[in-house]
Ligand binder design. Structure first.
Ligand code: IPD
Ligand code: CA
Ligand code: CA
Length: 261
């Protein structure tokens, strides 16, 4: 329903303003884990979004990264990442986003991702297309992995499990055109949706990182799945997204890396 997308966009913009205005200010930083940070700005942004959703749809469930992260089986469930790209933010790098999605019975219904520093608002509604600042977007037409620009990220347990993640990075550095690591998974998916990247993979993202981008990519004509092509479940530890044209080749490479060949 259009009112869901409208609310997601409005709250993403409100939270984004706080994020933008606070970038030059000193932040209160705490560690959730060795390299997993949260700032007072993440918390302020989350409060605005959660309160806004609860006011508009008091009977919906909300799963938000900082304070409301328990899984919910509610028919209508919102997934909120108030600040995706906290490490960039803490270092003063203006590359991060606000990510808000609504799922209905597990399927994405409406979403918005906002980059407050470029004033880029991505949004999508199931069956109605994907948009960047109200203009329709579409995935790229790159047809071969060797011509593809890929993007990825590394989970917060990378110090313990580097051996699991690095073979993928190494493999695509030599088998694709290049690989980027920008630090906001929600924006990585939106860049894929508007044809800037051709493919994306990452381990151990959470539903608040991917749920909004999932809909934006699929509405832009792309594909989102598990590494082996199975239907995507945002609670699963693997996500593979592409323009669709390189999907099978991408999956084949994933299988070869997993098999160690
Ligand atoms: C992180 C970003 C990053 C990804 C990490 C995420 P956060 O989210 O999306 O790109 O590589 O795995 O946890 O912690 O900045 O909200
Ligand atoms: Ca995140
Ligand atoms: Ca976050």
């Amino acid at each position: 329903m259009p009112e869901h997308t409208e609310l997601a966009r409005q709250l993403a913009r409100e939270a984004g303003k706080i994020i933008r205005d606070s970038l030059p200010l000193k932040k209160e930083i705490s560690h959730k884990a060795a390299v997993d940070l949260v700032t007072d700005v993440d918390l302020k942004a989350e409060k605005i979004i959660v309160e806004g959703i609860a006011r508009a749809f008091p009977d919906h469930a909300i799963v938000a990264e900082e304070n409301h992260f328990d899984r919910s089986d509610h028919e209508w469930c919102w997934y909120v990442d108030p600040l995706d790209g906290t490490i960039n933010y803490v270092h003063g790098i203006p590359h991060c986003s606000v990510s808000i999605a609504l799922l209905h019975r597990g399927a994405p219904a409406a979403s918005a991702v906002y980059d407050p520093f470029r004033d880029e608002m991505y949004h999508a509604r199931a069956g109605a297309g994907a948009f960047l600042n109200d203009s329709p977007v579409a995935v790229s037409t790159t047809a071969a992995l060797e011509d593809a620009l890929l993007v990825t990220g590394f989970p917060y347990d990378r110090r313990e499990n580097l051996g699991l993640y690095l073979p993928y990075f190494e493999h695509f550095l030599v088998n694709a055109r290049d690989v980027r690591r920008f630090g906001s998974a929600a924006l990585d998916l939106c860049y894929l949706a508007c044809g800037r990247f051709d493919g994306f993979w990452e381990w151990k993202l959470q539903p608040w990182d991917t749920a909004a981008g999932w809909l934006i990519v699929t509405e832009a004509g792309g594909s989102v799945s598990d590494f082996n092509g199975d239907a995507y479940d945002p609670w699963s530890p693997r996500v593979l997204a592409s323009n669709g044209l390189i999907k099978q080749e991408f999956i084949d490479h994933m299988g070869r890396i997993a098999a160690g060949s």
